[in-house]
Design a protein around this ligand. Structure first.
Ligand SMILES: [Zn+2]
Length: 259
């Protein structure tokens, strides 16, 4: 199974320029997707549960939502599926162990920029790159924490990364089982897909506008992920996330799909 998944990861590497932030924004503007609000997205009486496959997904996908909820005193529960040990497969500096100890600290620093100080995400410690193998365990872990009336945010089912798609499926299954709402968050879909991809469920799209202070906080939070945005100190290899990629997630609104 490991070899199969390695092949799958290699078949779908994150490379190339991908679709630009401008192309997405132009498409979203053309569709005239009506804006939503945090209180409409996460009705009072329920919590936001943000399920992040890797440290940084919570900020890139839902950092604006987190900041706006925190400002209202409605801190979301963040579930960290893996500690992100597999982002640098060939690095002598960024070993699996160093990544898994560093990246959760980057998330903690990033969350402080979003108004969530001294918050520890719930860490499930599943192996990065192998979430699919542990999908049922992930469903079980989510069933322990998700309650009726919660809104779960998880990567969309078209995200094009095996860990992300497995996380999205598990979140959807847990939400259905307990009577929670599942909202899908496009993360790598914004890199890999084209806006006119017929598989994108635009009719269920939601757009959360972010005010200038929220955008600034989200950008500051994203800069905390040094392991991902700086070149590899050992080899000088390009960063995992470059400026063009970051631009897709750091714009004036966040895009979601109602499942
Ligand atoms: Zn990820």
């Amino acid at each position: 199974v490991d070899a199969l998944i390695d092949r799958e990861m290699e078949d779908r590497p994150i490379e190339g320029a991908g679709t630009s932030a401008f192309d997405w924004r132009r498409h979203v503007a053309r569709l005239e997707i009506l804006p939503t609000t945090v209180d409409a997205l996460v009705p009072r009486g329920g919590r936001a549960v943000i399920v992040a496959p890797h440290p940084d997904d919570e900020v890139l996908g839902t950092g604006g939502l987190i900041a706006q909820l925190a400002r209202r005193g409605r801190w979301p529960l963040i579930v960290a599926v893996t500690d992100g040990g597999a982002s640098h497969a060939r690095s002598s500096y960024w070993t699996r162990q160093r990544l898994a100890s560093t990246r959760p600290l980057e998330t903690a620093a990033a969350l402080a920029h979003l108004g969530m100080h001294d918050v520890r995400p719930m860490r499930l410690g599943l192996p990065d790159g192998r979430v699919r193998v542990h999908e049922q365990a992930l469903v079980a872990a989510l069933l322990d924490v998700v309650r009726t009336g919660d809104t779960i945010f998880a990567p969309c089912l078209l995200d094009g990364h095996p860990d992300h798609e497995a996380t999205g499926r598990a979140a959807s299954a847990a939400a259905t089982a307990v009577g929670a709402t599942c909202v899908q968050v496009p993360i790598w879909m914004l890199h890999r897909a084209r806006p006119d991809d017929p598989n994108i469920p635009w009719r269920s799209a939601l757009r959360l506008p972010l005010d200038a202070a929220t955008v600034a906080a989200k950008r500051a939070a994203a800069w905390c992920f040094r392991s991902q945005i700086e070149p590899d100190p050992a080899s000088g290899a390009a960063p995992v996330l470059d400026a063009r990629m970051l631009a897709r997630w750091l714009g004036p609104d966040e895009l979601y799909f109602r499942a």
